[in-house]
Design a protein around this ligand. Structure first.
Ligand code: NAP
Length: 354
């Protein structure tokens, strides 16, 4: 039997990705949607400005929007939340205390030690604390990392498996316009331009990977303080797809062939279980010197694969620097796709109530 699921913030950039992924999902039945309260009662197809290509799935277009209130979702097995930051801070805890299971993309509570922040290829085990959450909070809350932290964290996983935590990592992001939401950036601000600052983003690229690479202890998540990432985040005139240039510093000499092999062979739990939204390859290694590129590579693995290219090793005094360029789809791997994969992982681990 399928799980009944719903999407909050269903008309937005991330919400539309949910609609697309969930409308044909083998485990999930998309039965309810909401947007801002004034749209409650409207037919989804009449109020959404569909911007992600293709057309609104017919059966979803007919759904009447619910009010974004827990009482409207009481029979739903999993609620996916793509709410704006301030709204989610107020609404998601109400859903959780009403006993609902919420998988969310928004930033509030991502760093709460009792809330798993999950990329299933890295830390599926952190989902184990949802059983404890249910006993103390009534419901469940699982977060997906920020879109750039997500690409960065996945991109360094084979390196960490092979060589351990680097001395430090320098990272520069080139982030797409859709990362700021549907009405986030005026076209006059971003056309023909690069904006060298994104508010609150650089802190997330340090704190979130630390939590993702942390460990569960006494039903809380202890961050991995040995991971140090110094990031500069920028906005560029690309529609979808965040690029991150990564330099990982090690205090010994590193063999390029071993690094390449680690990237070629990387697979993890979702691939072993062949979960419906898991890409066959979570990381795709490009050998051509001019890849990855957002326009060419963001949709690989249905937007769930992160592309890795330009792997080089530079000698530095007393060690080496592994350099690479990573690219991932910000509203799919960096949001809705990762979150649906989190829900599939949660179910596959036997943690769901049903
Ligand atoms: N865009 C990305 O790449 C990305 C990546 C990772 C995480 N995120 C996070 O995901 C969340 C959604 O981002 P987005 O880019 O999809 O934003 P967005 O395009 O601005 O969409 C926001 C959604 O929230 C709804 N909404 C607005 N006010 C509301 C209210 N008072 N009550 C209930 N719903 C309300 C909007 O409905 P209306 O259409 O009625 O206004 C819309 O459906 C944010 O927390 C963001 O930080 C985004």
């Amino acid at each position: 039997m399928k799980y009944d699921v719903a999407v909050l913030g269903a008309t937005g950039m991330v919400g539309q990705r949910y609609v697309k992924i969930l409308s044909k999902h083998p485990w999930f039945n998309l039965v309810a949607l909401s947007a801002s309260p004034q749209k409650a009662g409207a037919r989804y197809g009449d109020v959404v400005s569909w911007v992600i290509g293709g057309t609104v799935p017919e059966e979803v277009a007919e759904i009447r929007l619910s009010k974004p209130e827990p009482s409207e979702f009481k029979d739903i097995d999993i609620v996916f939340s793509a709410l704006p930051t301030d709204i989610s801070r107020e609404i998601e805890p109400k859903f959780v205390s009403a006993g609902l299971t919420v998988f969310s993309d928004s930033s509030p509570m991502r760093l709460d030690p009792r809330v798993p922040l999950v990329i299933p290829e890295i830390n599926a085990d952190h989902l184990s604390i949802t059983a404890f959450q249910r006993s103390v909070l009534g419901g469940v809350l699982v977060k997906t990392p920020n879109c750039t932290s997500n690409v960065l964290s996945l991109a360094i996983k084979p390196l960490i498996d092979l060589l351990g935590i680097p001395e430090h990592i320098d990272a520069v992001s080139l982030q797409a316009i859709s990362g700021a939401g549907y009405s986030g950036l005026p076209s006059m601000a971003i056309q023909d331009n690069v904006i060298p600052y994104i508010k609150n983003e650089e802190e997330k690229m340090l704190e979130e990977p630390r939590k993702i690479y942390g460990r569960v202890s006494n039903m809380t998540i202890e961050p991995n303080e040995s991971l140090y990432i110094d990031a500069t985040t920028t906005r560029v005139p690309v529609l979808d797809g965040h690029t991150v240039v990564i330099h990982a510093h090690y205090s010994w000499s590193v063999d390029i062939n071993e690094v390449l092999k680690a990237y070629e062979n990387f697979r993890s739990y979702p691939q072993e279980l062949r979960l419906p939204t898991a890409p066959e390859k979570p990381l795709i290694l490009h050998r051509a010197v001019d890849r990855p590129q957002p326009r060419l590579d963001r949709d690989l693995g249905n937007g769930m694969s992160v592309s890795i290219g330009r792997i080089r090793i530079a000698a530095k005094r007393g060690g080496s620097v592994v350099k690479l360029v990573a690219l991932g789809h910000n509203t799919i791997r960096g949001a809705a796709g990762n979150t649906v994969l989190n829900a599939e992982t949660y179910i596959s681990l036997g943690l769901s109530k049903r």
